[in-house]
Design a protein around this ligand. Structure first.
Ligand SMILES: Cc1cc2nc3c(=O)[nH]c(=O)nc-3n(C[C@H](O)[C@H](O)[C@H](O)COP(=O)(O)OP(=O)(O)OC[C@H]3O[C@@H](n4cnc5c(N)ncnc54)[C@H](O)[C@@H]3O)c2cc1C
Length: 494
C-alpha cells in the first residue's frame, strides 16, 4: 500500500454504486480514494456480471430516444414504448414488495432515476437498447409496462469498464486487492476513515467521510445460512465472490441500524448444471451468450421432480416474479425443477435455453419417460384442460388468460402444452443478491439504531436495506446504484 494516501472521501467497493459515488464526490471537488477488495482483473463486483438494464421513469418513446441518440430512424420507427411514469413504477415497487418498501427511499429512487441517468450520460456513460422485455407485434417491438428499455452499452461488463474508464480519466485513485476491514471513529462517533488491508498488512487511512458501497452478503456461506436459512449455504451465487457482507459488518459494529428483508434475497432459476458449479469459479454473467438464467416462466410450466406444478408461472411478467421464485426451488425434491415448453413458444425462449442440455421429445409420453416422471402426463393433461382458450393471448399485457380449476393456477398467458416437439430444462437455484442491509435516510447518511445519522458515514447500493422485500422490479438494482451512489457521493463530499 502507498505510504501516503490523502483523500476527502473514501469509497469502499468498486461496483456500480461505488463508482457512481466516486464520480459524484469528485464532481463536488473532493479528493476520492476507492478501495476495491478484488484484484484488478476481477474488479467491479456484481456490476461486472449484471445485464446492465436500468429502470427509470420516462414519457415513452420520444424521451427514450434522448437516451439512445445512436438509434437509426428505422429502429426508432419499429419501437412501441409505453410511458413509465414515476407513479406507475413507485406503485409497482409497493405491489411487489407487499407495501414494505421504505416509502421515502422508494420515492427518491423513482423520482431521481431519470435525472440521474442523464447525469451519468453527461459523465460519459453510453446506453443501448434492451429488448429483453419487448414482445413482437407485427413488424414492431412493444415493451411491456415497466419494462426495462435501456441498458449500459456492453451490458454489465460494459457498464463496469466504462465507469472505471471515466473515473480513471478524472483522476479518481483506485486501490485494488485492498479491502476495508474496519471503520475508524473519533471519540464523538464521527467516522473519519477506515482500516484497510492488502498483501502488506493493515493500515489506517484517514478521510473526512466514508461511503460504504461494497455489496451484500451473497458470497458469504455462513451468513447465507445464518440469515437466509437452512440450505442457502448450498445455493450458488451468480455474481462476484467478493461480496461477503464486510460493509454490513463494519457498519453494524459501530451501531448502524439494520433495515430491510434480512431473510430475503433475489434468487432465481438457473441451469441445473451451473447451479452445481463450485463457488469460487466464475459463471457467465447476464446477457452473455452463456447466461445460465432460466426465467421464461410466462411461456410454459414448471414442475418438480415428481411432476407436480408448485407456482403460478403467469402471476406477473417474469421480471417481477423471478426474484422470488428461485427460493421456491429449495424445498422441492433435489432442490430442482423442470421447465417445460412446446413448439408454440420454443422460438420465444432466451438463447440460453437451447444451450445447457435441454431434453427434447416428440410426445408428452416420451418426455415423461425421458425425465422418468410418470406423473408428468397427468399434470400436463390437467393443465391443458384448464386453459381458458376463449380469452385472447397477449404477451405484452397481463392478458388474464388463466387456468380454471387447478392449483396453483397459471393466471396469465396460459396456453396448452401439446404441440411437439417439447423442451424440458432442468433448473436449480442461483443467488443474485441479498435484500438485508443498513438504514439510510434520503441523503444516503447511515442511521444508527436510534434513527440518528452517523456523522461521516454514507451508504449506497446493495448494502442499503429498505427497498427490496420479497421481490423487486427488474432493473431497479442498477437504478438504486446510480441514484443513491450519486447522492451519497455528493453529500459525503459536502
Ligand atoms: C448476475 C446478476 C445480474 C444482475 N442483473 C441486474 C440488472 O440487469 N439490472 C439491475 O438493476 N440489477 C441487476 N442485478 C442486481 C445487482 O446486484 C445490483 O444492481 C448491483 O450490481 C449491485 O451493485 P453494488 O454496487 O451495490 O454492488 P457490487 O456491484 O457487487 O459492488 C460491490 C463492490 O464492493 C467490493 N467489496 C466488497 N467488500 C469489500 C471490502 N471489504 N472492501 C473493499 N471493497 C469491497 C466488491 O469487490 C465490489 O467491487 C444483478 C445481480 C446479479 C448478481
Amino acid at each position: 500500500m502507498k505510504d501516503t494516501l490523502d483523500c476527502d472521501v473514501i469509497v469502499v467497493g468498486a461496483g456500480g454504486a461505488a463508482l457512481a459515488a466516486a464520480l459524484s464526490a469528485h464532481g463536488e471537488g473532493a479528493r476520492v480514494l476507492v478501495l476495491e477488495k478484488a484484484p484488478q482483473e476481477m474488479r467491479g463486483g456484481n456490476c461486472r456480471f449484471i445485464g446492465g438494464g436500468t429502470q427509470f421513469w420516462h414519457k415513452g418513446l420520444s424521451e427514450i430516444l434522448q437516451f439512445l441518440p445512436d438509434l437509426t430512424e428505422e429502429e426508432a420507427q419499429s419501437m412501441i414504448v409505453p410511458e413509465n411514469s414515476a407513479d406507475a413504477w413507485y406503485n409497482k415497487i409497493m405491489e411487489v414488495t407487499e407495501e414494505r418498501a421504505d416509502p421515502k427511499l422508494a420515492e427518491v429512487l423513482v423520482t431521481e432515476s431519470n435525472p440521474t441517468l442523464r447525469w451519468l450520460m453527461d459523465q460519459g456513460l453510453r446506453l443501448e437498447l434492451d429488448a429483453d422485455q419487448a414482445v413482437r407485434e407485427g413488424a414492431k417491438l412493444r415493451w411491456k409496462p415497466q419494462g426495462v428499455v435501456v441498458r449500459a452499452r456492453g451490458g454489465g461488463r460494459g457498464l463496469s469498464d466504462s465507469l472505471f474508464a471515466i473515473a480513471e480519466k478524472k483522476g479518481v485513485e483506485i486501490l485494488y486487492a485492498t479491502k476495508a476491514v474496519k471503520l475508524l471513529c473519533d471519540s464523538r462517533g464521527r467516522v473519519g476513515g477506515v482500516t484497510a488491508q492488502d498483501k502488506d498488512g493493515f493500515r489506517d487511512i484517514k478521510s473526512k467521510a466514508v461511503v460504504l458501497a461494497c455489496g451484500g452478503f451473497e458470497s458469504n456461506r455462513e451468513w447465507r445460512a445464518r440469515y437466509l436459512g437452512p440450505g442457502w449455504d448450498l445455493v450458488r451465487p451468480k455474481g462476484t465472490r467478493f461480496n461477503t457482507g464486510d460493509g454490513l459488518r463494519m457498519a453494524l459494529e459501530i451501531g448502524a441500524q439494520p433495515a430491510g428483508h434480512w431473510s430475503g434475497c433475489n434468487a432465481l432459476a438457473i441451469d441445473y448444471q451451473v447451479s452445481r458449479v463450485p463457488e469460487g469459479e466464475d459463471i457467465a454473467g447476464s446477457h452473455t451468450a452463456d447466461d445460465p438464467k432460466r426465467i421464461d416462466y410466462n411461456y410454459g410450466v414448471q414442475v418438480n421432480a415428481n411432476g407436480v406444478r408448485f407456482l403460478d408461472e403467469g402471476a406477473d411478467f417474469r421480471t417481477f416474479i423471478y426474484a422470488k421464485y428461485g427460493a421456491l426451488l429449495l424445498p422441492q425434491p433435489g432442490a430442482m425443477a423442470w421447465q417445460i415448453f412446446d413448439a408454440r413458444v420454443i422460438h420465444l425462449l432466451e438463447e440460453g435455453y437451447r444451450k445447457g442440455s435441454p431434453v427434447m421429445a416428440n410426445s408428452i409420453k416420451e418426455l415423461a419417460e425421458k425425465l422418468d416422471m410418470p406423473a408428468l402426463t397427468n399434470t400436463l393433461n390437467e393443465f391443458n384442460a384448464a386453459v381458458q382458450e376463449n380469452v385472447p393471448m397477449n404477451y405484452a399485457i397481463r392478458d388474464g388468460r388463466g387456468t380454471v380449476g387447478i392449483t396453483p393456477p397459471k393466471s396469465n398467458w396460459a396456453q396448452k402444452i401439446d404441440e411437439p416437439p417439447f423442451l424440458a430444462c432442468a433448473v436449480g437455484c442461483g443467488l443474485n443478491f441479498t435484500f438485508g442491509g443498513i438504514k439510510i435516510n434520503t441523503r444516503a447518511q447511515v442511521l444508527d439504531t436510534e434513527g440518528d445519522a452517523i456523522p461521516g458515514l454514507y451508504a449506497a447500493g446493495e448494502l442499503v436495506g429498505g427497498i427490496w422485500h420479497k421481490s423487486w422490479t427488474g432493473g431497479g438494482g442498477v437504478a438504486l446504484n446510480y441514484v443513491f451512489g450519486r447522492i451519497a457521493g455528493a453529500n459525503a463530499a459536502a
